[in-house]
Write a protein that binds this ligand. Structure first.
Ligand code: PMP
Length: 410
């Protein structure tokens, strides 16, 4: 990506011009949430100012316009992930709600006492706790796939975990801590041969790579708009239609019914069966502008640019920051760098970096079991998006040197 293109991209994100402690902001917490281009915020404005009316209900014009905008987004998402039908695209609040939906509805119906499910040690809490909550009611066993020293899943161990009681495998496409890109297609094919259903947490994949749910052949796939330049409050659950049709509603209320009486209620068709209440239709309507942004640049260009920043920054950290420890060194890795400066506390490192204008994440990153496996309490995490530059990587390295000299006297 040339400099002119990068500057053009950056100019679409007003927040990138701000300062922190009188230093230009270097935003490296894209794994937690990405920034939002102006066109997405303009679309939100336009909805509030011109088309705000509740969806799927009104006969009047602006209600129909609002409904059309929401349903156009569903079709855009269908095409974006290559789902077979828009009925397979459920709007949720985010990845977390999407996984909770599957755990409560699919898990609550199809998991029974004595069954087994497989998760991995690198899961975000969003793909651990919903299953544990369900386990309070259904006595199934959770098996956990370990990782090797590079932060890759132990696929041999994974294969050996299956028994005739394995009903489900649920794992992340890309680790939010290690950056590891997991072999979803192969893992899914193996699980299917064993008769298990596959749920994938795609929160960290969809912003950085092309995802084709039919090619992967996953049964469920979840992701969040706010991590891919889109608005907050919008998540997607993709599910294969036959599975979704066999599942009971997750929440009850308006929008999801066909007919209600006190003698009983019948439910709406897919996807509305899973969308109780007023959806976040304003943000949903704005989400396609984020997809436009990605498509204009091209996902291959985004991935190449981020990969270049990852390689450049990692190499400089290893050669120029004495005592740095990087967690996650898989060859197939997304642009996330988790690290510690010697024995310095992650929180101190993050706080000092902030004083130098660099925004990074510190802590357990909602992956405490992974922290335990790594033998640390937390890490510092720098993560890149398409608008980050090599100059920002340089500022990050210079800031790291200063922080290292303060905390480790190096
Ligand atoms: N899974 C992964 C891998 C994540 O990184 C995150 C966000 N940190 C989530 C799930 C949860 O996403 P959300 O908060 O948007 O529901």
């Amino acid at each position: 990506m040339d400099n002119a293109q990068l500057q053009n991209i950056r100019s679409q994100f007003p927040i990138l011009d701000r300062t922190v402690y009188n230093k230009p902001l270097v935003y490296l917490d894209n794994t937690a949430t990405s920034q939002t281009p102006k066109r997405v915020v303009d679309a939100i404005d336009a909805s509030y100012f011109h088309t705000k009316a509740n969806v799927h209900r009104g006969v009047f014009s602006i209600s129909q316009e609002a409904t059309d905008l929401m349903e156009q987004t569903r079709c855009r998402v269908r095409d974006y992930i290559n789902a077979s039908s828009e009925q397979e695209v459920i709007f949720t609040r985010g990845t977390t709600e999407a996984i909770n939906l599957v755990a409560a509805s699919w898990g609550g119906t199809f998991l029974h006492d004595g069954d087994e499910i497989i998760l991995t040690v690198m899961e975000h809490h969003a793909n651990i706790v919903p299953w544990q909550l369900l386990r309070n009611r259904v006595k199934f066993t959770i098996k956990v796939v370990p990782i090797n020293e590079k932060g890759e899943l132990d696929i041999e161990a994974y294969r050996n975990m299956f028994t005739e009681r394995t009903r489900l495998v649920s794992f992340t496409h890309v680790s939010n801590v290690l950056g590891t890109v997991n072999p979803v297609k192969e893992m899914t094919a193996y699980a299917h041969r064993q008769g298990a259903v596959v749920m994938v947490d795609g929160a960290q994949a969809v912003p950085h790579m092309k995802v084709d749910v039919r090619d992967l052949d996953v049964d469920f796939y979840a992701f969040s708009s706010h991590k891919m330049y889109g608005p907050t409050g919008v998540g997607i659950l993709y599910g294969k239609k036959d599975l979704l049709e066999a599942m009971p509603p997750y929440q009850g209320g308006g929008e999801m019914i066909s007919h209600v009486s006190f003698n009983g209620t019948t439910f709406a068709e897919l996807p509305f069966k899973f969308e109780a209440g007023t959806p976040d239709f304003v943000d949903i309507a704005a989400f396609p502008r984020a997809l436009d942004f990605i498509n204009e640049i091209g996902m291959d260009n985004i991935a190449a640019h981020e990969q270049e920043l990852l390689d450049y920054t990692t190499a400089r950290m290893i050669s120029e920051i004495p005592g740095v420890r990087i967690f996650g060194t898989a060859p197939h890795k997304s642009a996330v760098i988790s690290f510690l400066l010697g024995d310095a506390h992650h929180y101190d490192t993050g706080m000092l970096l902030d004083k130098l204008g660099v925004a990074v994440r510190t802590g357990h990153h909602c992956a405490q079991p992974l922290m335990q496996a790594l033998g640390v309490e937390g890490t510092v995490r720098a993560s890149f998006a398409v608008y980050n530059t090599r100059e920002e990587a340089d500022k990050f390295i210079e800031a790291l040197k200063k922080v290292n000299s303060i905390l480790n006297r190096i």
